[in-house]
Design a binder for this molecule. Structure first.
Ligand code: NAD
Length: 337
């Protein structure tokens, strides 16, 4: 199958492209490289352009009339940046995605898989969220994802498109074959900071928030290996039509699926796992929560099992080990200016 991946030069999109190739499929990449890396597109059909560039999409569909599905990963993704620059986030993630979906529909595309985020959920007692749990996106970034879910749902009801929104929890790790991984120089997420502390780039790892009502007071998340996440996309594409046959009630044109492991892990538990894998203690410090921090959430992963026949396989230790291996290797693959 041929699959168009927007944002296919990014962390997750490039891992999906590798997983597609390993499964015998052909990725076609559309990415402006606004944050992504050209190195991740080598050897693949690659169009360097914006998702709102209709002429390029027309060219892509002319040159690849056999595109079976589109995976829309392209977005700006940094939460604090979205608070400081909301216009840019709404323009890139909302306006441009709207144009992309319209163009895709005009060009006869039928199947869209959308990268959504668990950051749109409200806090719930016990921290486990199902797809019908209440939503309360807490940042401009999260609101762009929430808005695009609604847009996609409405477009699917009124057009030839059908859509699957995949709500990712907290991706970690790298491609196990080390073709791609986190590419930003100073990662802001928790595992990136742990890796930087281990490698001496960061003097101390701060545990931000120790008084949440969780089992040890630290925030709880659902860390999913990016390779498992990529495998879920393969299923979403291969099983796309079956997903809609399995929906209850039948006849729906839009589906939402959580992609997580189904296991909540606290920050202290993550640090303990990291120290176990790394084999050394990490310099750490308890700190107050940062503005906007929340206790967290983890996935109820039953829908993914039922609709996609998928569940996460890789243990958190492998995510940590692959993140460490990638951090040591990446400058041999990525050539930073
Ligand atoms: N990384 C996470 O923790 C996480 C969690 C939940 C959801 N997601 C979603 O997954 C998707 C991929 O995230 P990622 O971590 O791989 O981020 P990333 O920044 O590594 O990749 C995003 C890619 O999109 C490209 N892009 C952005 N705007 C574009 C535009 N207008 N036109 C063309 N290309 C454009 C960038 O160049 C980049 O290659 C995003 O939609 C994000 O919201 C990520």
């Amino acid at each position: 199958m041929k699959v168009l991946i927007t944002g296919g030069a990014g962390y997750i999109g490039s891992t999906i492209a590798s997983a597609l190739e390993d499964a015998g499929h052909t990725p076609v990449i559309l990415d402006s490289l606004v944050t992504g890396r050209e190195e991740f597109t080598r050897g693949r059909a690659f169009y360097r352009a914006d998702i709102a560039d209709r002429a390029v999409l027309e060219q892509i569909f002319r040159e690849h009339p056999d595109i079976y599905a589109v995976i829309h990963c392209a977005a700006l993704i940094v939460v604090p940046e979205s608070v400081a620059h909301p216009y840019e986030y709404y323009r890139e993630n909302v306006s441009k995605s709207l144009e992309l979906f319209r163009t895709l529909n005009d060009l006869g595309a039928k199947r869209v898989v959308f990268s959504s985020s668990a950051s749109i959920y409200d806090l719930v007692p016990g921290y486990m969220v199902t797809e019908t749990s209440p939503l309360k996106p807490g940042s401009p970034y999260a609101r762009t994802k929430y808005m695009m879910e609604m847009v996609l749902q409405d477009l699917c009801s009124a057009s030839g498109l059908r859509g699957i929104a995949l709500r990712y929890f907290n991706p970690i790790g790298a491609d196990p074959k080390m073709r791609s991984g986190i590419h930003v120089k100073n990662p802001s997420h928790v595992l990136g900071k742990l890796v930087d502390t281990a490698l001496g780039k960061n003097p101390v790892f701060e545990i931000t928030g120790i008084d949440w009502p969780t089992r040890d007071g630290t925030g709880i998340r659902d860390y999913i290996h990016v390779w498992d996440l990529a495998q879920a996309h393969i299923k979403a594409v291969e099983q796309f039509d079956q997903v809609f046959e399995r929906l209850d009630p039948p006849g729906q044109r839009y589906a939402v699926i959580n992609l997580g492991t189904g296991r909540g892990v606290t920050v202290r538990e993550l640090v303990a796992a990291f120290e176990r894998v790394y084999g050394q203690k990490i310099n750490q410090l308890d700190s107050p929560p940062r503005p906007g921090d929340v206790a967290g959430a983890y996935a109820n992963a039953d829908t993914a099992r039922r609709l996609l026949g998928w569940e996460a396989q890789l243990p958190i230790d492998q995510g940590i080990a692959d993140a460490l291996r990638w951090a040591e290797l990446r400058e041999t693959i990525l050539h930073y200016a």
